[in-house]
Design a protein around this ligand. Sequence first.
Ligand code: GTS
Length: 210
Amino acid sequence: MPPYTIVYFPSRGRCEVMRMLLADQGQSWKEEVVTSDDWKQGTLKASCLFGQLPKFQDGDLTLYQSNAILRHLGRSFGLYGKDPQEAALVDVVNDGLEDLIRHISQQFLRNTEEDKAQYLKELPGHLKPFETLLAQNKGGQSFIVGDQISFADYRLLDLLLNHELLFPGYLSDFPLLAAYVARLKARPKLKAFLDSPEHMNRPISAYRKT
Ligand code: GTS
């Protein structure tokens, strides 16, 4: 039995990054998929510390809060920079991604054509900090921080891949980010996961079909 269990709604949402990280690190995990009917019933919600999912089990340890889960996995698998300075930079990237993802979630909830057009117009401004960070690290030929993969790389990759589904070709003005996506996607275990029906058939958000 794998020690890890992800309890979440039937979407990529806040959990695909955990799945990508675990798959790339050669781990297996169990899924407990919660349908909206199950959730509305209320018992599980009442049992969750903050009344929300994801819930994550690592053996006897039960965790809530997706960023705490990611940081736990980062520490467990050596995916949190090679020293405190790099760990702090990994946090900077992750917090910047959190802000951006919150902003995106608002757009997804409304999702009119007008919102989409406005979002696309603003997207280059949102991506710029990440392209800048990449450029500052070995001219963009490495990871987002240092010379080893961190949990922030999986999170950034997840965000960029989701955007590719929504806005194909959107990275054409961001050559370093485009090359970074291609490089990470080619990691064998990650590629196997990203090509699997398990990933391909899971919608980005519970609120969307794609
Ligand atoms: N800060 C929390 C985290 O990062 O884990 C937020 C969790 C959260 O907002 N969960 C939503 C939820 O449980 C689902 S989703 O935003 O991840 O899609 N919603 C149901 C509810 O009853 O609040």
